[in-house]
Design a protein around this ligand. Structure first.
Ligand SMILES: Cc1cc2nc3c(=O)[nH]c(=O)nc-3n(C[C@H](O)[C@H](O)[C@H](O)COP(=O)(O)O)c2cc1C
Length: 199
């Protein structure tokens, strides 16, 4: 994968990237350190301006970097990144020796996000840069961070026309959904509901 399949998406459609509950990789950077962790708990909270909430445990290195920098990235892994997703969600980047980080340790190449310069995982299928909306109470009491989406992109083989397109022929690009203990489900397909005649 790479820049050739990555298409900027209309920010009005950014909520659809996480509406269906995918596991995300939360990326962060501050003062020369970069980091990535897995998060199962993220969701859209507003269409316009696009806003997303994500739970980031205050004990994580990610929380420290996000608090210090005021920004975070979300990258959506697909099947090829299942092992790396579980690995970056199972160990902290805080204690790694100087000169290395979890991207390098787990073979996750990254590129710089175009608006905030966040490290974003090349081999993901969607990418978001968020500026933190400070909510000190939610952060302290619920480990919940709100972000305004300032840039979003997706792999156009699996997200086009403003929505996901999960089909048999792109199965390897479907998002991951954590069931616990490193077991992930992935969507496999879709069903179109018929519009109801109304009351
Ligand atoms: C699949 C998966 C989902 C996770 N979801 C979350 C989550 O939603 N919020 C959270 O704070 N931690 C979550 N974690 C745990 C963090 O990823 C984990 O604490 C990580 O080691 C933190 O790394 P850091 O200290 O380098 O930031 C999850 C772990 C896995 C494996």
């Amino acid at each position: 994968m790479g820049a050739d399949v990555r298409r900027d998406i209309d920010l009005a459609h950014a909520s659809r990237l996480v509406n269906h509950g995918p596991t995300v990789l939360v990326t962060s950077a501050h003062a020369g350190r970069v980091n990535v962790m897995a998060a199962a708990w993220s969701m859209p909270v507003e269409f316009t301006p696009p806003r997303i909430a994500v739970v980031i445990d205050k004990r994580t290195f990610t929380a420290e970097l996000v608090a210090a920098s005021g920004r975070f990235g979300l990258c959506l892994p697909a099947r090829a990144l299942a092992d790396a997703t579980y690995a970056v969600g199972s160990a902290s980047g805080r204690d790694l020796p100087a000169g290395t980080d979890k991207f390098a340790r787990h073979g996750l190449a990254h590129f710089a996000g175009p608006v905030l310069g966040l490290p974003l995982v090349v081999d993901a299928v969607a990418w978001v840069e968020c500026r933190v909306i400070p909510e000190p109470h939610a952060q302290a009491a619920y480990d919940t961070w709100f972000g305004e989406v300032v840039w979003a992109a997706a792999d156009d083989r699996v997200f086009s026309g403003g929505r996901w397109s999960f089909r048999d022929d792109n199965r390897d690009l479907h998002t991951l959904h954590h069931l616990g203990g490193g077991v992930f489900a992935w969507p496999h397909g879709t069903v179109q509901a018929r519009s109801s005649p109304g009351p």
